[in-house]
Design a protein around this ligand. Structure first.
Ligand SMILES: [Zn+2]
Length: 458
């Protein structure tokens, strides 16, 4: 068995657009324009009190991931020498004296060991030697999982859902990307850590590559060692063994107070959050949604939110679940996309389903409209009117189409009268074609049957 754990870093989305320990802006800007003595690590500069909103966002993340939240938070100095860090240490909550924001959570069956807050170092370009301090002091969340992930596919699916959830609660700015340390080992063998993997696709590639590499090594009888490796874009390469690990000389940050988290503060953050996937799953099943649908929908915040919206508009629970899973999700998958890529609003999706349920459009039209909504939001009712997509259920008109077809299709009619009842499907197809696909299919079939019955009795 393979064991995979992730240390994920994401950029916190703070509305006040300020860095963690100073008032510099987080907006995109020319290099080295959003800087001050604090975030450039000038001698004597001390951090300001941490950005309260950043602390709240990390608390929200810890709560959504089902963590126990500590009532005190301690910042520490993590020392290392690198061109991206002029003051010689990074301020973080992980390390020897850790009292992380959250511990012992779980998300979709994967254990969350810790959630904490830290500052981003500057951005150093090793090719030119240039350093951009705009990123220095950007508030980051670090999420450390237990080694509960099982394969590259599992990592991809789980990470995608986690990132969607954190984007949805506006805790993480997904546009700014992800930074990840990936731990992989074959059960019974030491752990290999791959540092600084910077995209979803690279994380998946690293996992595939390491599983393959380690399995081959074991097959050849090589004794694997605990080591740190780097990703080149094509393969992982050796960096150092565990014994050579850096000593970060952690000390509690003397220039920052311990932050106390009151129950009231925590409660007010909790009250603004959506239900967790587990709560949603329990609720969907309680409302009668079958286990498989409930599992699939509750594990993805976009699907869960759409289901919630449809039921709030009066759709019965299971019917709404059917639509979400068999229509919405299928249309999205057919486009090779994910639910979070869907551009249409929930209201327009609802309008499509309502038109279908009210028999104003056919199922085919409904699915075509959903496929169009994948790419852009538009007003469904106006579009249906403009393109005259409404189903024809005017009995008089449909009857005319049927009569015309029965008149033209003498042979088929005779076959039917002789007992070949399957011919009805052919006749129905002719009527649908005549009506340019717009006649109400059920009405067509009923009318054809009663007209053919009348012919038989003649
Ligand atoms: Zn600054």
């Amino acid at each position: 068995m393979v064991l995979i754990g992730l240390e994920i870093h994401g950029y916190l989305m703070v509305e006040n657009k300020k860095k963690l320990f100073c008032n510099c802006s987080l907006e995109e800007a020319e290099p080295n324009t959003n800087i001050c003595p604090i975030c450039t690590g000038q001698p004597g500069a001390k951090p300001m009190l941490p950005n309260k909103e950043a602390v709240e966002k990390v608390l929200a993340i810890a709560l959504m991931l089902g963590c126990k939240v500590n009532d005190r938070l301690v910042f520490q100095r993590k020392h290392y020498d690198w061109p991206d860090l002029p003051k010689g240490f990074q301020i973080t909550m992980s390390g020897s004296y850790a009292l992380p924001v959250g511990v012992d959570g779980s998300f979709l069956g994967v254990g969350i060991q810790q959630v904490h807050l830290e500052e981003d170092p500057a951005r150093w370009n090793p090719d030119t030697g240039e350093v951009d301090y705009n990123r220095s002091g950007y508030p980051l969340v670090e999420i450390v999982t237990k080694p509960d992930l099982k394969s590259a596919e599992h990592v991809h699916e789980w990470l995608r859902k986690l990132w969607t959830l954190l984007g949805y609660i506006r805790a993480v700015d997904r546009k700014l990307g992800i930074k990840c340390d990936v731990n992989v080992n074959i059960e019974g063998h030491p752990r290999v850590e791959v540092k600084n993997v910077n995209s979803f696709s690279a994380i998946v590639e690293v996992v595939k590559h390491e599983i393959e590499r380690q399995k081959n090594a074991v097959k050849k009888g090589v004794v694997l060692k605990q080591e740190t490796r780097a990703w080149t874009g094509e393969k992982t390469v050796f960096m150092r063994f565990k014994e050579q690990a850096e000593d970060y000389r952690f000390i509690p940050e003397p220039d920052l107070p311990v932050i106390k988290i009151s129950k009231q503060w925590l409660q007010s953050i909790k009250s603004k959050l959506p239900e967790t996937p587990d709560q949603k799953l329990e609720k969907m099943q309680r409302l009668g949604v079958n286990a498989v649908d409930a599992q699939i929908i509750s594990s993805d915040i976009i699907l869960a939110d759409l289901w919630e919206f449809l039921t709030s508009k009066g759709f019965p629970s299971q019917r709404a679940a059917n639509f979400v899973r068999h229509w919405f999700l299928r249309v999205v998958n057919d486009e090779g996309l994910y639910p979070e890529d869907f551009k249409g609003s929930k209201l327009q999706v609802f309008k499509v389903l309502k038109l279908f349920v009210d028999k104003k459009i056919s199922d085919k039209t409904a699915k075509q409209l959903l496929a169009k909504l994948v790419k852009q939001d538009f007003d469904v009712e106006t579009f249906v009117k403009e393109q005259s997509l409404t189903v024809i259920n005017d009995e008089g008109l449909v009857k005319k189409y049927c009569e015309q077809v029965l008149e033209q299709e003498k042979k088929a009619v005779n076959d039917y009268l002789k007992g070949n009842e399957k011919v009805i499907h052919y006749l129905k197809g002719r009527v649908m074609r005549l009506s340019k696909g717009k006649a109400d299919q059920q009405l067509v079939e009923e009318l054809l049957r009663s007209m053919l019955k009348a012919l038989r009795e003649v």
